[in-house]
Design a protein around this ligand. Structure first.
Ligand code: PA5
Length: 449
């Protein structure tokens, strides 16, 4: 079970400036209200991610079992919620588990990046997975057109088995492509938003392909969902962390730093960054009033960023809340040899494990931050495996929605992202965007003048 160590988010003798536990209790009614709104949303089938642990995954496991054994690599083409979860899970487990198949995620339109991926894969052994809920996102469509063309040209007889598509059940241009071409397809459920979709076909197909136990991911998510049903907020990690982050936002701590002490978990912090930023960063509240809320998520890596960021974190402005991710037992470890027993500069390291040093440095950073009055929490992974990753995902999805309720905003929409998508369509000449094109022309003229 993940351990949520929240002691240093609350007032304690080492951190007298932190939020007192009594204040958490003062917010009891608001939390109750937020909880009831979540219950109502679930009844209205708005928060589909809650029910994902019960889904039937046999279509995924059957697909992987039946797949031509020639395929040892998958390239996901997707962006945002259609990419970051896949990346996070793969990065977390590829070395822990020695996963038998490889995954690449092409989530940008950088041509050099595409070149780099193509240079690393063996096309004969690669299957492409185009993931887009809307079926229209320019970045994903561009990648799809390049790569579908490539495989159609190179494998005119069997290109169909080399590309799968994950999109809306009925809507969108890609559904037409699927029926015309006969590609295998998967579904992004209607009631699950992009950044909440890692435990749907969006993240599960690539995870099962690479060799992960996706059932264990869902069991972890189910177990965390149960914990987050607790009425006592101190026993409910998602509600407690959501409330505390909300209270710190009110105190001007507008930055949330997530700092895994594990390279394997670094991309999980990236997944969190999107979830927290896109869900809570909102101009308007539910009543349409301008509120300009949000908390900027930042990722940092321990110990690497101790030599880059921690000076700022301990002595800079009081505008941050910190979350460490720690790992208790690593899949691989090294004992540092006692190479210079008579040199006090390094002899203390001799005979100690690298993991010991890593975890000691995490604790040292926690102590340094606490001493300088910076609220911090730790989420301890006993090991990095599917179960604990599933727990983490469910905790943060619930926490995000809960914090959104406390902020009285809609955590499920992303009007700011849509605005960028529309401007891109206009700039690239898509039909139906003449008005936006004219506005952009005006903007450019003003800029030049
Ligand atoms: O969370 C979201 O909804 C977004 O980040 C989307 O995932 C992202 O914009 C990609 O959209 P789509 O899956 O429609 O291509």
């Amino acid at each position: 079970m993940l351990r949520f160590e929240y002691h240093n988010l609350l007032h304690n003798p080492s951190l007298p400036t932190a939020i007192p536990a009594a204040k958490v209790k003062d917010w009891h009614l608001a939390c109750q209200q937020a909880h009831e709104e979540i219950v109502a949303d679930r009844k209205a089938d708005i928060l589909g991610f809650y029910s994902l642990p019960e889904q039937d995954i046999s279509h995924i496991t059957d697909f992987v079992a039946r797949l031509d054994p020639i395929f040892d690599t998958m390239v996901v083409l997707g962006i945002g919620g259609s990419a970051l979860g896949n990346k996070a899970l793969y990065s977390a487990l590829r070395t822990e588990r020695e996963l038998p198949r490889k995954l690449f995620v092409y989530d940008n339109v950088d041509p050099v990046y595409l070149h780099e991926i193509l240079a690393q894969i063996d096309l004969d052994r690669t299957i492409f997975n185009v993931i887009t809920k809307s079926g229209t996102t320019a970045e994903t469509m561009a990648g799809y057109m390049i790569l579908a063309d490539l495989i159609k040209t190179k494998y005119p007889r069997d290109y169909k088995k080399r590309l799968i598509i994950t999109t809306d059940r009925e809507k969108g241009f890609l559904r037409q492509v699927i029926s015309q071409e006969g590609y295998t397809s998967f579904v992004v459920p209607d009631n699950v938003g992009g950044r909440f979709s890692v435990l749907t076909d969006v993240g599960l197909v690539s995870s099962a392909f690479t060799g992960m136990d996706i059932g264990a991911l869902l069991r972890g998510a189910a177990s965390m969902r149960e914990r987050c049903g607790e009425q006592d907020i101190f026993a409910n990690p998602a509600y407690l962390n959501g409330l505390l982050h909300f209270l710190y936002i009110r105190e001007g701590r507008n930055i949330s730093v997530m700092m895994p002490y594990s390279n394997s978990l670094y991309d999980l912090a990236d997944w969190y960054r999107q979830l927290w930023a896109e869900s809570l960063g909102k101009r308007h509240d539910l009543k349409g009033r301008e509120v300009l809320v949000g908390q900027t998520p930042v990722k940092a890596l321990g110990t690497t960023d101790q030599h880059s960021q921690v000076q700022l974190y301990t002595e800079g402005p009081h505008d941050k809340v910190f979350t460490f991710l720690s790992v208790e037992s690593f899949a691989h470890d090294f004992v540092i040899p006692d190479l210079h027993p008579d040199r006090q500069e390094v002899s203390y390291l001799g005979g100690r494990k690298l993991s010991e040093l890593l975890n000691a440095e995490r604790l040292a950073t926690e102590i340094a931050l606490t001493k300088s009055g910076r609220p911090n929490a730790n989420i301890a992974f006993p090991v990095i495996d599917e179960f604990h990753l599933g727990e983490f995902i469910m905790m943060y999805e619930i926490q995000t929605v809960f914090a959104g309720k406390l902020l009285h905003i809609n955590p499920l929409d992303q009007p700011g992202v849509e605005a960028g998508k529309i401007a891109t369509y206009a700039l690239m000449g898509k039909a139906g965007f003449d008005k936006e094109r004219a506005e952009i022309r005006q903007y450019l003229e003003k800029k030049r003048s």
